[in-house]
Design a protein around this ligand. Sequence first.
Ligand SMILES: [Zn+2]
Length: 75
Amino acid sequence: MTCYLCGKKKESYMAYLCNDCQRIQDIMKLYPDVKETLEFVYLRNDTQINNKKDIVTKKLKQLKKVKEVETEQVD
Ligand SMILES: [Zn+2]
């Protein structure tokens, strides 16, 4: 049998959740804003996604420049 939340194999046949997901459920009972916290930590909004794209694009351009300089030096 598999865990109803994560789909991994669960330790107890009788339980709906594996031990890790049971722990998450316990935390959710203690803190009402677990979903919001997870979304804040793990999910990016549009601005954050665009910032990340800009950073990656800049790094790729820098790498391309470095490669061009390296090949010029070899020639
Ligand atoms: Zn699980």
